[in-house]
Design a protein around this ligand. Sequence first.
Ligand code: SAH
Ligand code: SF4
Ligand code: F3S
Length: 463
Amino acid sequence: MKNTFSYENKELENSRIKLGETVSERFGERQPLCFLHSFGCQQNVSDGEKIMMMLSTVGFGFTNDTDEADLIIYNTCAVRENAEDRVFGAVGNLKHLKEQKPDVVIGICGCMAQQKSVCEKIKNTYKQVDLVFGTFAYNDLFVMLEEIYSKHTKVFNIEENTGIICEELKQLRIDKVKATVPILYGCNNFCTYCIVPYVRGRERSRSIEAVVNEVKALVNEGYKEITLLGQNVNSYEYGFPELLREVDKIDGHFRIRFMSPHPKDATNELIDTIINSKHICKQLHLPLQAGNDRILKLMNRKYSVSDYMKIVEYARSKSPDFCISTDIIVGFPGESYEEFCDTKKVIKEVGYYNIFSFVYSKRKGTKAAEMEDGISDKQKGLWLRELLLEQRETAMEINNKFVGQIKEVLVDGKSSTIEKLLNGKTDEGIIVEFEGDESLIGKFVNVKIMKAMNWALHGEIAE
Ligand code: SAH
Ligand code: SF4
Ligand code: F3S
C-alpha cells in the first residue's frame, strides 16, 4: 500500500505499518470501508474523528451505509439511558448483517463501552460484536485491529489508565468550516447524577502551545469557527482565560466558541476576557441544572443560586444583552414540584436564549442512583413540557430584540424547511434564515434581521 503518512512515535508508527500490511493483504486492491457513528457530545465526535484519521492512515475509506462497510464502529454516549438504548438497538440490528457477512468487524467504543457492566452485557448478549474499547484505548487501535485480523479473536479493552494525551493523534475533519479542538479530557467534579467522571477518568489538560498551534493551523486552512472542548473548561490547568487570550491573538476572520464552563469557577476574568476579545463569541453556555439550593447541594454542583446569579449579573453589567444559554435537569431524585418551580423562576430571571433540558436519567454507579425518587418519569415529562412552553415565550422576547439589527451570520447550509432559504448562526449562536445563493455556505454574511420567531430569526442580506 502506498502511504506517505508516518507517526514520529515509534511504537505507534510500527503498529500502524504492521496493520497497514495486514489490511493490504486482507483486502488486496479493494479499499476497505468503515462506517463510524458517534453518539453524544462534541468530545465524543472529536474522538470519532481521531479514530477516522487513524483508520485512513492504514488505507480505510468511509461510508454512511452499514451494508457496504467492512468495519462498523459505534462510538457511544452513556450520559442518559435513552442514549444507551439507541446503541443497543443499532447493534442488535447488525445481527443479520454479521450472519450474512461474517467477515465484517463490528466495534463499540466510547463512554458506554468504558463501563464494565456494559462491556459484560455486550460480551454475553451481542455475539456479533468483535471489538469493545473504552475512552482510554484510542492509542491501541492499530494493535487491537491487528489482533482481530491476524488472530481472528475478539478484543475487549476497557482498562482505565492515566490517559496520557497523545498529541500525535489528529482528527480527520469532514466539515471544512467548523472544527472542534479538545483542551482538556476527563472530569473531576462528580456531580451526583453524572456518569462522565466514571467513564472519562480524571482531568488532563493539553498545553497552551498545543492548543494554540492547532487553532492557528485550522485558521490557516480556512476554518471559520473553532470550538474549544472540555467537560469543565474552567479547570484547564494552565488558566482558561489565559488560553482564550492567547487564541484570540491569532490573526484572521474566525470565531471561537467553548463548551462548557462550570458555574462554580466561572470568574469575572472569564467574562471580561470574552467581552474584550476579538474572536470569542459574545455568549456563555452556563449550565444551571437546577434553580434550588437544596437540589444543587444534592447534585454536588458546589454553587448556590445566588453564586450563579452573581456571574449573570456581572456579565449583564458589562453588556446588558449578554446572551446566556443553559442545561437543566428536570426531576432530580427527591425534587418536589415547588423546587422545580424555583428552577423556572431562575430561568425567567436570567432570560436564557436557549435551554437544553433533560428529564433526570438514573445512571448506575453514581451517587444519585442511590437516592429516593418518588416522582414518575411521566410526571417529570410533564414538568419538562411546562418548562419548554415558558421558555418559548422568553426566547421570543430575546429574539425580538434583534429585529432591525444587522448581524454577522456564518452560513451553515440550506434551510431544511423552505427551499431557497439558507441558514446560519449569529455570534451568539442564534439561527438566522435568509434568502441567498448556495455559494455563501461556509462564509460570513451580514444579515439585516426583519422578523423574530421563537426558534430563529429571519432576515435579508444587508447591502
Ligand atoms: N460538563 C458539563 C455537562 C456534560 S453532560 C457540565 O457540567 O455542564 C451534558 C448535560 O447532560 C449536563 O449538563 C446535564 O444537564 C445532562 N445530564 C448529565 N447527566 C444526566 C443525567 N443522569 N440525567 C439527565 N441529564 C443528565
Ligand atoms: Fe458531569 Fe458535572 Fe463533570 Fe459536567 S462537571 S461532566 S455534569 S460530573
Ligand atoms: Fe456522553 Fe461521554 Fe460525552 S457520556 S455526553 S459522550 S463525555
